[in-house]
Design a binder for this molecule. Structure first.
Ligand SMILES: Nc1ncnc2c1ncn2[C@@H]1O[C@H](COP(=O)(O)OP(=O)(O)OP(=O)(O)O)[C@@H](O)[C@H]1O
Ligand SMILES: [Mg+2]
Length: 269
């Protein structure tokens, strides 16, 4: 029987390290609540899917975990730190990165430049550095460039990194966004529908890619409507409906949950 090394805890929920805690989070935008007392925990190195019908509050919750929105009440802790005490730019320090439901790609920049945007401190530049580029800056720029190229290849983009985004398919742009999110070596990666609009083989590839990220101990939060992908890749699933957490557990447990089946009535799980 193989046992994990001292620094590699087994992939079980019991006793495993908690990376995120969402505590009684509610959110309204001045009208009715779109999230209501949502509570759950996420385990480090696991793939957690956040599912629920359209309008359930999934993106809103992701926006709260990535500090774009503040909760109306409740709190979110990442590594024990309350997000209310952090500015959005400090989130990168906690190792949080995300992709967006609607692509946020700069069309006038190459793939490589788009991925470089994800670097934590960014490329060092400016007039003086441009004139007197110290060796350390040149080295750092080329290291970041190398890393960006490796990530472009890693996400399966088999074209020259200098390609402009307009030459790419929608599926390729989704992967480009993922490469950018990985640039900062995140500990927590939030993916808002990374497989939406992909064809079946691209979805399969996205699932494999997410599995590989989890093997590297990246904690993934995946918002996804494709249940086959969710069932295949998740360690744990949280289900929202009308802003409330109606179920959580293993993919198989939630798929059998009567409240989940009712929420998805008419949709094949
Ligand atoms: N900035 C906002 N201002 C007002 N209402 C908002 C805002 N953002 C989201 N909402 C509302 O909150 C509710 C939840 O929206 P949200 O985008 O979180 O749902 P979702 O679960 O991500 O849905 P989908 O699966 O369609 O992406 C919706 O009723 C939406 O109209
Ligand atoms: Mg959404």
């Amino acid at each position: 029987m193989s046992s994990p090394g001292p620094n590699l805890p087994a992939k079980t929920t019991a006793g495993a390290a908690e990376i995120v805690r969402v505590e009684a989070v509610s959110k309204d935008f001045g009208g009715p609540k779109v999230l209501e007392e949502v509570t759950f925990s996420l385990t480090r190195g696991h793939v957690h899917s956040l599912i629920g019908p359209n309008g359930a509050g999934k993106t809103t919750l992701l926006n709260i975990v990535s500090c774009l929105y503040r909760p109306s009440s409740g709190r979110v802790l990442i590594d024990g730190r309350d997000l209310a005490t952090l500015a959005p730019h400090e989130l990168a320090v906690l190792g949080v990165a995300r992709t967006f439901q609607n692509l946020k790609i700069c069309r006038n920049m190459t793939m490589l430049e788009n991925v470089l945007l994800g670097a934590h401190v960014g490329l060092q530049g400016g007039l003086w550095v441009g004139i007197f580029r110290p060796a350390s800056v040149v080295r750092r720029d080329s290291e970041l460039g190398e890393r960006a190229r490796r990530l472009i290849a890693m996400v399966g983009l088999d074209v020259t990194p200098e390609t402009m985004p307009d030459a790419l398919s929608y599926g390729a742009l989704k992967r480009l966004e993922l490469a950018r999110a990985l640039m900062n070596e995140p500990a927590l990666l939030l993916l808002d529908e990374p497989a939406a609009g992909l064809n079946p083989s691209e979805k399969l590839e996205m699932g494999r890619l997410i599995g590989r990220l989890a093997e590297q101990r990246i904690t993934v939060v995946l918002i996804e409507h494709d249940m086959k992908l969710v069932m295949g890749v998740s360690d744990h699933v949280v289900v929202l409906n009308y802003g409330r957490r109606i179920a959580e557990g293993t993919p198989h447990a939630v798929a059998r949950d009567p409240d989940v089946i009712a929420a998805y009535l008419g949709t094949r799980l």
